[in-house]
Design a protein around this ligand. Structure first.
Ligand code: 5AD
Ligand code: SF4
Length: 441
């Protein structure tokens, strides 16, 4: 029998929702082998970092953790440190040389090996398990989940696109999908456990394909929506080039699919989109937005945008600002370009926008988007919106926090409501990121 402390693990998760879902898979795999998830890192015998390599600053955050853990290992004999996910898949065994704290490495396709890596590390040595396995979907593993209201359901993994800046195809490998029936079964189990909202996840959900039965993503979304009495269904991420009218109609016709779409644009300039190898022009993107808004009036749109990609001129940057003003997204994830060794851009294009210029352009993008989001939030004051209550508000136990279908955070008086309740809230105020309101009986 293992010592109690050695038997406990804690996972720090960095990066996207897919990584958060993956941490649930890793946790379930360790628990199956008798390990116990600790409430906090302090005192855990195994510390795992589930990492993201998409931008350099995400990598730097992990580096800081590893430096701290190096000191901790000197004080705590027997502490095991593992690094999982995209960084080890990208940097491979070189990680052991740079960060002596690490005992083992596991990539996105080798989480099943983590319990045995822990056992082998205990016997001595450092180990890496970094093979790609294009068949691996982690089917049959029920991820450990934090919340009780909302759950992620991975439906596909990997990405076959080749966006010039992006490391994901190199870290997560080729696309593969969960069988249609397996997804339906997972969703039904979540409904039986009381979950009210699910988010179907994939690097590129529109590529979902159950080859044997011929189901695509609109068919999956429609089936989940019909068969599961869930309050809300969301999904992410969609590539704009793959958004079809049939998908948009499915969202419009099914009442429990949120009228919200995350549609990363990356740049407002067709010239830059072409260099990025995105597979569409800005006019085609705007046509898709027009189609979506005509089929789903009031749809909440969000996006990702990169400032300062290779060769970006001032007029390209202006085109990105114009796009934001034109579309008026509800929200955006905004980044400056960070070159990723091994990608097409890093190998073939000059990273020629000065860092200070990248940062200035990014700040202009952020300022504009914040202004637009604040205006949209102000416009919501006085309206009545449907909110799914999620948790107690951080400020006061007399208030709950929930979200609108468009994913806006709303803080409202608790009254007799509980997390998991779907209710109508009259919006009475707005800060830059949160709406406040009162339940309408
Ligand atoms: N530099 C900056 N942002 C990036 N993204 C992906 N790769 C990079 C990079 N090299 C952003 C894109 C993507 C989001 C997940 O991260 O906007 O949609
Ligand atoms: Fe990266 Fe493009 Fe794939 Fe998204 S679609 S994961 S940005 S390569």
């Amino acid at each position: 029998m293992l010592a109690e402390k050695g038997n406990t693990f804690f996972i720090h998760t960095f990066g996207c929702q897919m990584n958060h879902a993956d941490s649930g898979i890793i946790s379930a795999l360790l628990q199956e082998e008798g390990y116990v998830q600790a409430e906090q890192e302090r005192g855990a015998g195994i510390v795992l970092l589930n990492t993201c390599a998409v931008r350099e600053n995400a990598v730097e955050r992990v580096e800081h953790f590893l430096q701290r853990l190096q000191g901790q290992k000197k004080r705590e004999k027997g502490l095991i440190v593992g690094v999982a996910g995209c960084i080890p898949q990208y940097r491979r065994e070189e990680m052991f040389l740079r960060y002596p704290a690490i005992d083992f490495l596991a990539g996105p396709d080798t989480y099943r090996t983590i319990p045995s890596l822990v056992e082998q590390v205990r016997r001595g040595g450092k180990l890496a398990s970094l093979e790609f396995n294009p068949e691996e979907t982690y089917q049959g593993i029920e991820p450990a989940r934090d919340g009780v209201t909302s759950a992620f359901v991975p439906v596909m993994r990997g990405c076959n696109n080749r966006c010039a800046y992006c490391v994901v195809p190199f870290t997560r490998g080729r696309e593969r999908s969960q069988p249609f029936n397996a997804v339906l079964l997972d969703v039904q189990k979540l409904v039986a456990s009381g979950y009210r909202e699910i988010t179907l996840l994939g690097q590129n959900v529109n590529s979902y394909c159950d080859v044997e039965n011929g189901y695509d993503f609109p068919a999956l979304l429609d089936a989940v929506s019909r068969e599961a009495p869930l309050a809300r269904i969301r999904f992410t991420t969609s590539h704009p080039k793959d958004i079809s009218e049939s998908l948009v109609r499915t969202i419009a016709f099914r009442p429990n699919i949120c009228n919200a779409l995350h549609l990363p644009v990356q740049s407002g300039s067709s010239r830059v989109l072409d260099r990025m190898n995105r597979g569409h022009t800005i006019e085609e993107y705007l046509d898709k937005i027009a189609m979506i808004r005509s089929v789903i009036p009031g749809v909440a749109l969000s996006t990702d945008i990169i400032a300062g990609f290779c060769g970006e001129q001032e007029e390209d940057h202006q085109a990105s600002l114009d796009l934001l003003s034109r579309v008026r997204f509800d929200s955006a994830y905004m980044f400056f370009y960070s070159t990723r060794p091994g990608t097409f851009a890093a190998e073939t294009l000059a990273d020629d926008v000065q860092e200070s210029v990248k940062k200035r352009r990014l700040q202009e993008i952020i300022d504009l988007q914040n202004h637009i989001s604040a205006e949209l939030f102000q416009e919501a004051i006085g309206t009545v919106v449907e909110v799914l209550a999620e948790t107690e508000s951080r400020r006061s136990s007399a208030q709950l926090m929930g979200r609108t279908a468009g994913n806006r955070a709303v803080v409202f008086d608790r009254e007799l409501y509980q997390p998991g309740d779907l209710l109508q809230v009259r919006i009475t105020g707005a800060t830059s990121a949160t709406l406040t309101g009162k339940p309408v009986p």
